[in-house]
Design a protein around this ligand. Structure first.
Ligand SMILES: [Zn+2]
Length: 353
């Protein structure tokens, strides 16, 4: 990684253990996890990872643009003898629980990296062009406009995203290598969870930073994305590609690590079951909207019934349902017929002509 002339002097060699409550933990020699709380979010915490170098450090993922996240991240950096002036940032994807605090980084010759696809997509979201189309799709899929208004008020994806930094992100492509200290991280493009989602691979250590592409005790949300025809198909293809890496240590963006290849097999099987579930609902009840189909699918949410789902959870559920419907429609298994501006879903061949 290039070093700017204005670099601050290297920080002390050893992390400053004991100066603050030890919230960070060592993962490998020179690699640390920084837990960042996500207030009010069922994910609970983001895992930031710091890789210590000589003149600079590398930080993977950041947390929401919220005071609680900023405080925890900065305390973690300080505990490890680092600071925003010393770190370059690698973002696994555009979601604001990962990118939100980007405004705090990338000054004085330091850089914030994300894939070019996610940079462009984030720009589209911020300019409103993508958000308008996404909104129109959800309405056409039966999502009630009053619930949508509540989502727009509450969804942290809109409120806690970076405000001014996104124009200065540096673009990564598949295979790009970022070096820090003795570590060389290779960018592995894995579209699906977001259009330009990435993992970062340390070949020598057989270590993969999986971001949200592979999570272990929760299932990554796969939603429909405006302008992306087949998000679930992309995700499943990315999972198969990821499976070929001889990963021995997998460090996820949330919660605990686990066995990588086994987890990928389980995620592939999970989506097969979800596809079967969607097929079943459509076969049993032809002509439902996606909003209604989602209400008949099973969700791991603490709520008595669909009516009592929080609006944001309804948004995620319908988005995930849509990614499965798109997948089935593109493979000729189901069709959708607009009726009065609302899209209704049927098994292929139904209703009879
Ligand atoms: Zn996340």
């Amino acid at each position: 990684m290039t070093q700017a002339a204005s670099d601050p002097p290297p920080a002390r060699d050893e992390p400053r253990r004991g100066a603050l409550p030890a919230r960070t933990e060592a993962v490998l020699d020179g690699i640390y996890r920084i837990p960042v709380p996500l207030p009010g979010n069922p994910l609970k915490e983001l895992n930031g990872y710091l890789l210590r170098g000589r003149e600079s450090d590398l930080l993977i993922d950041l947390g929401f643009r919220m005071p609680e996240c900023r405080e925890a991240l900065m305390a973690g950096l300080s505990e490890l003898g680092s600071s925003p002036e010393r770190v370059d940032v690698l973002l696994t994807h555009l979601h604001s629980d990962h990118s939100g605090l980007a405004d705090e980084f990338g000054e004085n010759g330091r850089r914030v990296y994300m894939t070019g696809t996610d940079i462009d997509y984030l720009r589209g979201i911020r300019s409103g062009t993508i958000s308008r189309k996404t909104r129109a799709r959800f309405v056409s899929e039966g999502f009630p406009e009053d619930v949508l208004a509540e989502v727009e008020n509450a969804n942290p994806a809109w409120k806690c995203a970076p405000r001014r930094h996104e124009g200065r992100f540096h673009a990564l492509r598949d295979g790009d290598v970022i070096a820090v200290g003795d570590y060389r991280l290779r960018t592995v493009l894995t579209p699906g969870h977001t259009p330009g989602n990435a993992m970062f691979w340390l070949e020598e250590q057989k270590l993969m930073f999986t971001g949200d592409h592979v999570l272990f005790d929760i299932t990554p949300n796969i939603t429909s994305w405006t302008g992306i025809e087949d998000a679930l198909g992309d995700y499943l293809e990315s999972l198969r590609k990821s499976r070929a890496f001889p990963v021995e240590i997998a460090l996820p963006g949330h919660r605990k690590p686990g066995p990588y290849h086994e987890r990928i097999d389980r995620l592939l099987a999970h989506h097969e079951r979800r596809l079967a579930e969607a097929r079943g609902v459509i076969g049993d009840q032809p002509g439902l909207t996606a909003y209604e189909i989602a209400s008949f699918m099973k969700w791991k949410i603490r709520a008595d019934d669909w009516q009592s789902f929080p609006p944001v959870q309804k948004w995620f559920a319908v988005g995930e349902c849509l990614s499965h419907l798109d997948y089935l429609r593109l493979r000729g298994e189901i069709v959708c017929l607009p009726q009065g501006g609302i899209r209704r879903w049927y098994a292929a061949g139904f209703p009879p002509a």
